[in-house]
Ligand binder design. Structure first.
Ligand code: 13P
Length: 260
């Protein structure tokens, strides 16, 4: 965590919960958001429950009384049209979202999203006035064969190609080693810091060192209350993208507090 950048902790609920649980979890996080201190908090529910979460956050009335923001988990790269089952960036914006996760490894591996697909989505989400949270990360086989740097480099440069420096300055990047997602195997702080420093150097190459210095880079992959503090202590780790532990208000807020 750097004093120059405000930390951002986001909960990726993935395809979990029902409407009642989505509402009660949102209410619990919103009521206790102040416990996290000076951290941007974001909830990313399944698309179907986004309006439920927006209402529970008071976004429907405009503003954000609790200070907790709403985010999507994915978006299409077109504004509208014949794309059955998809959600447009403008729709997320319309219901009060401020963020959208893009290029999550589950989207890349299970739904065939390439860097060029992710790149088109990043541009569309920026055009809709949302902040993309762009995910990158290597698989276990890629790490074990010494390809982490090459894989992450290709993902960052491909997913963020052609984004003007002004826009780059507003995005969030999430480094999520695939082998750490949902496995309980968290990257060591040194492993995470090394890749975060690489990502920041790549962002500098795409913009400038000054711009790269302002961009927030989250770590994701088995972040829990008991490992958040050591990750938060790393100079280039500016928050967390939390899966499983974001489904419990206590755990999510404890993680946020570690970054506060
Ligand atoms: P877990 O925290 O469940 O490992 O998930 C991480 C993740 O994929 C967040 O996007």
């Amino acid at each position: 965590m750097s004093t120059r950048r405000k930390s951002i902790v986001a909960g990726n609920w993935k395809m979990n919960l029902d409407a009642a649980k989505a509402r009660s979890l949102t209410e619990a996080v919103a009521a206790r958001a102040a416990e996290a201190g000076s951290v941007d908090l974001v909830l990313c529910p399944p698309a179907l429950y986004a309006t439920t979460v927006a209402a529970a956050l008071g976004l429907a009335a405009g503003g954000s009384p609790s200070g907790v923001a709403l985010g999507g988990q994915n978006a299409h790269d077109k504004e509208s049209g014949a794309f059955t089952g998809e959600v447009a960036p403008g729709m997320l914006r319309d219901i009060g979202s401020r963020y959208c996760i893009l290029g999550h490894s589950e989207r890349r591996t299970l739904f065939g999203e390439t860097d060029s697909v992710v790149n088109a989505k990043v541009k569309a989400v920026l055009a809709a006035g949302l902040t993309p949270i762009v995910c990158v990360g290597e698989s276990l086989a890629e790490r074990e064969s010494g390809r982490t740097e090459a894989v992450v480099t290709e993902q960052v440069l491909g997913s963020l190609a052609g984004i003007p420096a002004d826009d780059l300055a507003t995005i969030v990047v999430a480094y999520e080693p695939v082998w750490a997602i949902g496995t309980g195997k968290v990257a060591t702080p040194q492993q995470a810091q090394d890749v975060h420093a690489l990502v920041r150097a790549l962002l500098a190459r795409l913009s400038s060192p000054t711009v790269a210095d302002t961009i927030r880079i989250q770590y994701g992959g088995s972040v829990k209350p008991d490992n958040a503090a050591e990750l938060a202590a790393c100079p280039d780790i500016d928050g967390a993208l939390v899966g499983g532990a974001s489904l419990k208000a206590d755990d999510f807020l404890a993680i946020a507090k570690a970054f506060g």
